[in-house]
Design a protein around this ligand. Structure first.
Ligand SMILES: [Mg+2]
Length: 259
């Protein structure tokens, strides 16, 4: 089932998709489930790889992971066409804080942080970077809470609390870890920066990569708040896909062929 956001009728919304210069595509629940490409989404990306960018709140994988996975499916995209919240959060940390930093994330992402020159510490951090840390623990929560209590800043990869894990299951997301931290300590608004959707940062990067104006670009995703509301706030056209997305991509490809 396809939902098109207001103010267009479905007829006009299909023409919106047909006349788009570029496509921003969400990953989890749209192009992929559990990092396995939906076959119809893979077909779409193969067909439109030069005018598509992946814009994802993923914070456990690197751009290289995505390029390898896509390349294995015959989809060749450039690095800048893969816009990931976790990678952008680490880049933001490296560019804005030369001081001691607590990185809550998986070992591979912590290795990326080190490669970017981030000074990783366990205590007395000036900055905390929160990713989807699948080894999150009481001890890590304690470290983050006390660093914030002592005036540290916080960069958060994304505010999502879950994403679909397939077979009707949910995968806890970065926002759920943020909720645990917020349960312990008040964080001043100016001390926290959310990098991922619905913040504008990733959408901007995606459009820059494609060289398309916001109004000529469509964001396709399965989350009404992060994908649709976030992109819509910039004037990007939006399209909400119900899960499973295979049927949507079949209909989209048919509509584009008949345009
Ligand atoms: Mg999604």
């Amino acid at each position: 089932m396809l939902h098109i956001t207001n103010p267009y009728s479905s007829h006009h919304a299909w023409s919106d998709l047909q006349t788009a210069s570029g496509f921003l595509l969400d990953w989890d629940g749209c192009c992929a489930i559990n990092n396995r490409l939906v076959p119809e989404a893979a077909d779409f990306l193969r067909q439109h790889q030069h005018r598509s960018a992946i814009v994802s709140n993923n914070s456990t994988n690197t751009v290289e992971d995505f390029l390898d996975l896509l390349s294995g499916e015959g989809i060749e995209m450039r690095e800048d066409q893969i816009v990931l919240a976790g990678m952008k959060a680490l880049q933001q940390a490296a560019e804005t804080c030369p001081g001691p930093t607590l990185v809550l994330g998986d070992p591979r992402m912590r290795a990326v942080a080190r490669s970017l020159g981030i000074d990783i510490v366990q205590k007395d951090a000036d900055l905390i970077v929160l990713l989807r840390d699948t080894r999150f623990s009481y001890r890590r929560l304690e470290r983050a809470v006390n660093a914030l209590r002592n005036g540290g800043r916080l960069i958060v990869a994304n505010p999502d609390t879950t994403h679909p894990a397939g077979q009707g299951l949910l995968m806890p997301e970065t926002g759920a870890l943020l909720a645990a931290i917020r349960a312990c300590v008040d964080i001043p608004t100016d001390a926290v920066e959310i990098i991922g959707k619905p913040s504008p940062h990733l959408f901007r990067k995606g459009c820059e990569a494609l060289g398309t104006a916001y109004e000529d670009t469509v964001m396709i995703g399965d989350n009404p708040l992060t994908d649709v509301k976030g992109a819509g706030a910039l004037g990007i056209r939006t399209c909400l896909v119900d899960s499973p997305p295979g049927e949507f991509f079949r209909r989209l490809e048919k509509a584009l062929r008949t345009a």
